[in-house]
Design a binder for this molecule. Structure first.
Ligand SMILES: Nc1ncnc2c1ncn2[C@@H]1O[C@H](COP(=O)(O)OP(=O)(O)OP(=O)(O)O)[C@@H](O)[C@H]1O
Ligand SMILES: [Mg+2]
Length: 399
């Protein structure tokens, strides 16, 4: 009998280079981002002449190329410094995994003293070490991706900019990146003016732009002739309509490719893209929910549980609306859940903030109670089937 793997590897594949259509791939060309690339380059260039670059805040919706563009510029800066023995150093940190001042500092210092273990030392000591490194004439650029995830960001920014003022040689600059458009407004005014010395927006891509981005990825990723033009157009149109997000566009073709791979025709047509749409929506919701802070997950869980158990709201007019909940009852349910999991309970002010953010992510819809209901309250409805949301949360909250 033929070897299982031999058989598997002999199967014809429509993928030429599967990685090239993965969302983690860094393309060499980044069309439609020339302006951002050249502006970031201009802002960072002083570091090569021994000067401190301005801090920079990059923001824009998901999948608009913020991380990719930053890596692209960072690579060239590193290449240039290596060739010219310069002293500009980039240090990239994803704050989703390092979400407090302490964790960011530990991660940052590790790059410069890889053989030392700093866990357990005070934040002050670690920061001093970091500044020691900078003051050896190094211009350090700390890139904090998903910066909105840092819990005590005000303190981090404040103490880093103060330390920077204290050293005579070298410097530390910050590039903050976020897709949370409301986040900037929540910052302490001092942090805001320090972090946002320079700012840059990454606008969503339109269908035409997404089509061009996809076409260049298709050439790299798939065997020629296996993807129809109309499938590429459809994927671009879907992603443009939903959010202008290049990640969704790329994921659609990746999933469509997997579906086509298992079909007889081995071709990506509109049909495969349509089938992929459902899968990608699920991937995106899953991803979004799994990266929410725990307290927001609890609020979402309260909404999912109530949506499954409540019949609906009866208005004075006698009409009944399915799946619609009162903000107050959700808060009560959330408190119960938090207590049962031995979590702290946030104030109703924070709770309202969480509701606003869940709405911004498209996970819930809200409206004012309007006519037919006594008093003024917010009405809330889940944007997706409660059973699905609940099962994702089940795995998350029990981790
Ligand atoms: N101009 C572009 N050309 C080619 N590919 C792009 C471009 N912009 C984005 N992409 C691709 O889209 C995907 C998402 O980009 P990226 O991760 O940079 O988005 P982001 O703005 O950082 O999103 P998030 O806010 O979710 O972190 C990646 O696979 C990237 O390669
Ligand atoms: Mg990113």
């Amino acid at each position: 009998m033929a070897n299982l793997f031999e058989k598997e590897l002999q199967k014809e594949s429509i993928f030429k280079d599967r990685d090239a259509i993965s969302q983690h791939y860094f393309p060499k060309e980044l069309p439609f981002r020339e302006k951002q690339i050249s502006e970031i380059t201009k802002i960072l260039a002083p570091s090569l002449k021994g000067k401190k670059p301005d801090n920079l805040f990059l923001y824009g919706k998901v999948g608009t190329g913020k991380t990719t563009v930053t890596f692209h510029v960072m690579k060239d800066l590193e290449e240039f410094t290596q060739k010219n023995q310069g002293k500009a150093v980039c240090n990239y940190i994803n704050c989703r995994n390092h979400n407090s001042k302490y964790k960011v500092l530990i991660k940052a210092v590790k790059k410069f003293f890889p053989e030392k273990n700093f866990i357990g030392y005070s934040a002050g000591f670690i920061q001093e070490k970091l500044m020691d490194y900078c003051s050896k004439e190094n211009q350090v650029i700390l890139i904090l991706d998903e910066i909105d995830k840092v819990k005590d960001l005000d303190e981090l920014i404040y103490s880093l900019s103060r330390s920077n003022d204290e050293i005579e040689k070298g410097s530390i600059s910050i590039i903050g990146i976020s897709n949370n458009l409301m986040f900037k407004e929540k910052l302490d005014p001092r942090t805001k003016s320090s972090l946002c010395e320079k700012e840059m927006i990454f606008p969503p891509y339109n269908a035409e732009e997404l089509r061009a981005i996809l076409n260049s990825r298709v050439k790299l990723a798939f065997i020629s002739g296996s993807v129809s033009d109309s499938a590429v157009n459809l994927a671009a149109a879907i992603a443009a309509q939903e959010s202008g997000d290049a990640r969704t566009a790329v994921m659609l073709l990746m999933r469509a490719g997997e579906i086509a791979e298992n079909s007889a025709s081995k071709k990506i047509t509109d049909l495969e893209v349509q089938k992929a749409k459902k899968k990608v929506e699920e991937d995106i919701i899953f991803n979004m929910i799994s990266t929410l802070p725990e307290q927001q997950q609890l609020v979402l869980k309260a909404i999912a549980l109530l949506s499954m158990s409540t019949k609906g709201i009866k208005k004075i007019t006698g009409q009944e609306e399915q799946g619609v909940l009162y903000s107050g009852e959700i808060y009560e349910k959330y408190k119960q859940l938090a207590l049962s999991l031995k979590e702290s309970v946030v104030s109703s002010r924070w709770y309202r903030q969480y509701i606003n953010e869940l709405e911004m992510y498209g996970l819930i819809l809200t409206s004012a109670s309007g006519p037919g209901i006594k008093g003024q309250t917010k009405l809330i409805k889940l944007g997706f089937p409660p059973e699905k949301i609940n099962s994702i949360l089940e795995n998350q909250l029990n981790k």
